[in-house]
Design a protein around this ligand. Structure first.
Ligand code: ZN
Length: 684
């Protein structure tokens, strides 16, 4: 009997090497991965055991050319397993995680390969390399050194065992968090308890309940972070309490989805690994290869910001309590009341009701006339939907981008809606990375978790969701605009504490007058936002920053606290909640009314994602972002000239040069912290 060919084992016939998602089935992956591992191992062996002396071509360029099959496959797989992790994909991910780690380690810790790279690196000045190639050699040498390639075999064996176990634990963490979040979705039987929600939100909740077998009830899915967008509008205090309690109890309730033991083991193993690599702790090992350079630099910034942020939050708290005290039945403000009363203060101070603005933020208009429009004005790129290209889920749509001169740029996939098989939060990932060496153009995807409205109803976004759409598209542009030779440097392959910078910059266009006027049209009347709203929205941007900054800094500090433990100290921690409380008290961010944005048991960024000891990155790169926003304002804003400068000097270079040098190249000087302090009201 003729076997159907495995679509993952033949080059894609689709434009831009777009994976043939429609033909791909879970069972295609394991055999394809086995072949791709073998192919990559073969290439590495050929590089390592070649009889001639190492040259840049036969070692570094060959490394960059190798593993293409595996890159394609891994990108395809992780795209699906993050956004549509059916049980089959979850099971696959669990078996793949240790295989992938073992494969990577076999290369990163390969002594013969390291010797070749070191030999080249020792005489880097004599090689006559162009700037990108020289930086590539430096990076390969540094990355392998940091991974442990120079260590003895016994230590390497222990490292490999640790990495493998960690890959299993982080996968488990993600899986259990997703399962517990789904289980904890708040089921409400009586619509009266959801008073305050808009009719579209209510029908979405009814639909979500029906989809999960609770016909006739309402289901509120949890967001990844501690709060929830509905907390600002739910009038029923008990519902607010239940919603936040559910969120904060995630993966810490005992039973099969408890992440406490999982994360404690992660912390212990990371501390042990750092010691093997010669560092005091995991945070030191991570920051050594970031723009921050050391945990001390990170801690200094976090502490500098924490004091005024906590103080501002206390001021905000007093204002909220004053409103409650004026009510007929006053009570003491609690964490789950914060957002609701904050909206009241916002209304009183700025005359803005953010929930009432949603009819102006219909998703399709925000996307086409806002996000895409800003990109066209800045960079001259145009967008065409490609319904002929089928992605991994019916909700994921594909757009083709062209440059102003008509040349093809790449593909952008948008997957807007939440579903039980999608991990929480919002993110961008590449499906195909741009590289001149490989002749590939970029394909990237943005994922959000917007509740899906009932059939026939429009998707009306919250202000936060609009902001997230602009943010994630900033990451997408970073990937799409890459013009690098080597795949190692493509797009968002930059330092972790630099990667948020382009996405944060892109958020500025959301409230930019010409952009806002273009997309914010009332869903029924087509009318623009009333003229006085936009200035008030801009004026209220610093509003509630004490709370927002504090909850973020608390999470960033928690991340540093866990990862600043040495092996001995890590082994002594047994109580997750007590450790958290002590860490937050240490930095003065232990106000019970301002809980950390993520508690440890659902802090996926650091225990499942790539942000361990790196969650500080958001505020670190916001220093650059706030300074850049000032630059755009001072230079005429939304113009092709400004856009092209940002694209050429910053977005396009990806990781192919020192990021702070690229930043200086763009801005003409180093970043200054004052614009950030001003933006967040922390000038003190
Ligand atoms: Zn981001």
């Amino acid at each position: 009997m003729a076997q159907t060919p495995n679509p993952l084992e033949t080059p894609s016939a689709l434009p831009y090497d777009f994976p043939p998602f429609a033909e791909i089935k879970p069972e295609h992956f394991l055999p394809a991965f086995e072949r791709a591992f073998e192919d990559h191992r073969g290439s590495i062996n050929a590089i390592t055991y070649v009889r001639s002396m190492p040259t840049f071509e036969n070692t570094i360029v060959a490394l960059e050319e190798s593993g293409r099959l595996l890159d394609t496959l891994a990108h395809t797989f992780y795209t699906i397993s993050s956004a549509d992790a059916t049980p089959a994909y979850q099971a696959l991910e669990e078996s793949l995680a240790p295989m992938m780690t073992a494969h990577t380690d076999a290369i990163q810790l390969n002594s013969a390969l390291y010797w070749r790279i070191k030999t080249l690196h020792d005489r880097i000045d004599e090689l006559g390399l162009d700037a990108e190639s020289r930086y590539l050699l430096e990076r390969h040498f540094r990355e392998m050194t940091l991974a442990g390639a120079a260590l003895d075999d016994e230590t390497k064996d222990r490292l490999k065992a640790l990495n493998e176990r960690l890959s299993v634990l982080t996968t488990t963490f993600e899986k259990q968090l997703l399962a517990d979040s789904n289980e904890l979705a708040l089921i409400v039987n009586d619509a009266a308890e959801l008073d305050g929600l808009a009719s579209g939100e209510l029908s979405a909740a009814a639909q979500a309940a029906a989809d999960s077998g609770h016909e006739g009830a309402y289901a509120l899915g949890l967001t990844l972070y501690t709060g929830h967008p509905y907390l600002s509008s739910l009038t029923n205090r008990e519902t607010r309490r239940r919603l936040m309690d559910a969120s904060r109890s995630r993966a810490s309730r005992g039973g099969p989805n408890d992440n406490r033991e999982v994360l404690l083991e992660i912390v212990r193993l990371r501390a042990e690994r750092a010691a093997l690599l010669g560092y005091a702790n995991h945070a030191a090992a991570v920051t050594a290869d970031e723009t921050a350079g050391s945990p001390e630099a990170v801690h200094a910034l976090l502490r500098q910001l924490a004091v005024p942020a906590a103080q501002n939050a206390r001021g905000e708290q007093a204002a909220l309590q004053a409103i409650i005290d004026a009510e007929a039945e006053p009570f003491e403000l609690e964490a789950h009341d914060w957002a609701f009363y904050t909206e009241k203060v916002r209304k009183a101070q700025y005359d803005i009701d953010t929930a009432a603005l949603r009819p102006w933020f219909e998703a399709e208009r925000v996307l086409q006339d806002g996000v895409f429009y800003a990109a066209t004005r800045l960079y001259g790129v145009t967008f065409t939907e490609r319904p002929d290209l089928v992605a991994y889920h019916p909700d994921a749509r594909v757009f083709e981008l062209h440059n102003a001169d008509g040349s093809a740029l790449g593909l952008f996939v948008l997957d807007l809606y939440t579903r039980e098989t999608k991990r929480g939060g919002a993110w961008m990932n590449p499906i195909v990375s741009q590289s001149r060496l490989r002749g590939t153009k970029p394909v990237v995807v943005n994922n959000l978790n917007v509740p899906k409205p009932a059939p026939g109803e429009p998707t009306l976004l919250t202000l936060d969701e609009v902001s997230t759409l602009f943010h994630e598209f900033g990451h997408a542009l970073h990937g799409l605009f890459a013009v690098v030779t080597y795949p190692h440097f493509s797009g968002t392959n930059v330092f972790r504490d630099f990667v948020e910078f382009p996405s944060q910059v892109n958020e500025m266009w959301m409230l930019w007058p010409e952009v806002l006027e273009n997309y914010a049209r009332h869903i029924d009347t087509g009318e623009p936002l009333p003229a006085d709203i936009a200035p008030r929205l801009r004026a209220s941007e610093t509003f509630n920053q004490g709370h927002a900054t504090s909850e973020y800094l608390a999470a960033a500090w928690l991340d540093q606290a866990w990862h600043s433990l040495d092996a001995e100290a890590a082994a002594a921690v047994t109580d997750v909640a007590a450790f958290e409380a002590a860490a937050l008290a240490d930095i003065g961010l232990d106000n019970p009314l301002v809980p950390t944005r993520y508690s440890s048991t659902y802090f996926a960024h650091i225990f499942a994602g790539g942000y361990s000891a790196g969650y500080y990155s958001y505020i670190w790169s916001e220093v650059l972002d706030a300074d850049t926003v000032e630059w755009f304002r001072a230079h005429g804003g939304l113009t092709r000239e400004n856009g092209d400068r940002f694209r050429d000097r910053l977005l396009g270079v990806g990781g192919s040069k020192d990021p702070l040098a690229a930043f200086r190249d763009f801005l003409g000087r180093d970043a200054q912290i004052e614009p950030l302090l001003k933006r967040r009201g922390l000038e003190g």
